[in-house]
Design a protein around this ligand. Structure first.
Ligand code: NAP
Length: 507
């Protein structure tokens, strides 16, 4: 039952507290598509004996790594070191496909058997990373394993670079949410294996995705050396719908690509550090950019590498990267919003000219929409809680400004809500009273969660034409896909994924 896989193994760690539970989960892992399991003996409540080890190893449905990790390496075993090493020796004797031996055990004391020699750093990226990797490679271990903690997604690239340069079978991972790409892309870069939990809550390390997410969301089974990489930069990104939308679109259109989340803390220096690291990675072809990095993105890409409206907005949400490493960018938010509005009204963009539009809010989305409305000569009034922000935005784009408490006096044909009033979880809030809505023809709420906000519900009851933030969200994703691939995006499928996600049918 030793590992004869030619591809990267999807390894499910088992962290149950009894051998019986571990056996049951081993079968479930195999059914879920695991190529290998890792038996984390250090999670067992009692010291395992030969009978426990035999019961685990005899009926294993897939190859098994036996790990008995000490506390000093992020495990749970805090007993006698000689007991630990004896049990690993017994596991090798009883047929474990691999035993995991930590690097700090002196070579003469290391248990004999097919060995994964490992080093873990749960605090950050070790200053002597190169030396550690060299020591692992110079050993007589069958597999080298280096795992450290990511501060930013550039550390995921460091982990992947270790795989790219490896001279023997290697596992190299950056832990934590910022390191996710190293887990998802391990197969592309020919790792010996990557870890995925059996279900949410049974992770053995920070940032581990579930096997279901790896296979169904991140295209594990189809990724290979030629797979192109796309991603979304933001903070937070954990609940972004973009990976689900773009990975489904890539699968549907037969494009060999995978889209990953890239958590970058706020601050231009963090953004720029990642972009520096990306430059030599010719397989990274496109990035979505969300809060709080849209302004950092235009500054890094260079205004001259974007279009006129993006320059006026001063922010971009999409970056394309050519194989020679040059960047170009655009803002798909403004067209997404304007086209959602015009499609619902059955008009062209030019027909916005002279129409009275009330924009509520003066943040990033409002800015993109106000710029587009100005571009198409609409008569815009901006209402905002912080009046000075409304004034500033209005002055820049030739619009009028009003305090938010004057919103009841609106006399516009179209209202666009660009605030978060009414957004999940505050779904009972609304920025406009029903009395005001009866004087309006079209209400567009840029909020997409919930799909049907209180504002849209009441606008519909008042007889207004309504436009949902979902339409804008789908439009911006479609435009990104087309900007990157020059192919027509599967719009209906992308919408379906968004709606399924928002209605909770997709985990
Ligand atoms: P932002 O830059 O943070 O701006 C937030 C705006 O909402 C500001 O104008 C802020 O007013 C106002 N606001 C927030 N809480 C408020 C409250 N309790 N009362 C009154 N005003 C309040 O955010 P953004 O990026 O522009 O996003 C705004 C909305 O757009 C979000 O609700 C989001 O759901 C939606 N959005 C939609 C899409 C899409 O594709 N459909 C994409 C991105 C965002 P102050 O200036 O006074 O703080």
């Amino acid at each position: 039952m030793s590992n004869t896989l030619s591809k990267t193994a999807l390894i499910v760690p088992l962290i149950q507290s009894t051998a019986g539970e571990m056996r049951a989960c081993m079968s479930r892992a195999s059914e879920a598509g695991a190529d290998m399991v890792e038996l984390r003996l250090d999670h067992l409540a009692d010291l395992p004996d030969d009978a426990d080890l035999k019961s685990l190893l005899e009926n294993r449905p897939v190859p098994a790594i036996v790990t008995y990790r000490p506390i000093r390496q992020g495990g749970r075993f805090d007993g006698d070191e000689s007991d630990r090493l004896e049990i690993l020796t017994a596991a090798a004797r009883l047929g474990a496909d691999y035993i995991d031996v930590v690097l700090d055990v002196p070579p003469d004391n290391r248990p004999k058997g097919r060995t994964i020699l490992s080093h873990h750093d749960f605090t950050g990226s070790p200053a002597d990373l190169e030396e550690i990797v060299a020591e692992l490679e110079a050993s007589d271990a069958d597999v080298c394993k280096i795992v450290f903690t990511a501060n930013g997604p550039e550390d995921a690239l460091t982990a992947l670079a270790i795989l790219r340069n490896a001279t023997k079978p290697t596992i190299s991972l950056a832990m934590g949410e910022a390191g996710l790409a190293s887990r998802i892309l391990a197969g592309k870069f020919g790792a010996f294996g990557t870890f995925a939990s059996l279900s949410e809550g049974s992770e053995s390390a920070p940032g581990q995705l579930t096997i279901e997410q790896m296979k169904n969301l991140y295209r594990w089974d189809s990724a290979g050396p030629a797979t192109e990489v796309y991603g979304v930069i933001g903070c937070p990104v954990a609940h972004s719908m973009s990976p689900a939308i773009h990975n489904s679109a890539f699968a549907e259109t037969g494009i060999d690509a995978v889209y990953v989340p890239l958590l970058i803390e706020s601050g231009a220096e963090n953004f720029n550090r990642f972009m520096e690291a990306v430059a030599p990675w010719t397989d990274i072809r496109g990035l979505s950019v969300t809060i709080p990095h849209k302004e950092n993105a235009i500054a890094r890409v260079g205004a001259e590498k974007t279009d006129e409206l993006s320059r006026q907005i001063g922010a971009i949400n999409t970056i394309a990267i050519t194989p020679d490493g040059s960047f170009s960018g655009t803002n798909t938010d403004y067209a997404a919003a304007i086209d959602a509005l015009c499609a619902a009204m059955g008009i062209g963009r030019d027909d916005l000219s002279g129409r009275k539009v009330a924009v509520i809010g003066a943040g990033g989305v409002a800015r993109a929409i106000v710029a587009a409305l100005a571009h198409h000569n609409a008569e815009t009034t901006i209402y905002n809680r912080t009046f000075t922000r409304a004034e500033k935005l209005a002055e820049e784009f030739g619009a009028k400004a009003c305090p938010l408490d004057k919103v009841a006096e609106i006399s516009s044909e179209i209202i666009i809500n660009c605030t978060s009033i009414g957004m999940h979880p505050n779904v009972n809030d609304t920025p406009i009273s029903t009395g005001t809505l009866s004087r309006v023809k079209v209400v567009f709420d840029t909020i997409y969660n919930p799909i049907q906000t209180r504002l849209l519900r009441e606008a519909s009851d008042a007889g207004c034409l309504t436009v949902s933030g979902v339409d804008m969200f789908v439009n911006q994703a479609v435009a990104q896909f087309e900007f990157w691939t020059d192919k027509s995006a599967p719009r209906d499928l992308m919408r379906e994924v968004v709606v399924r996600h928002l209605t909770g049918q997709q985990k």
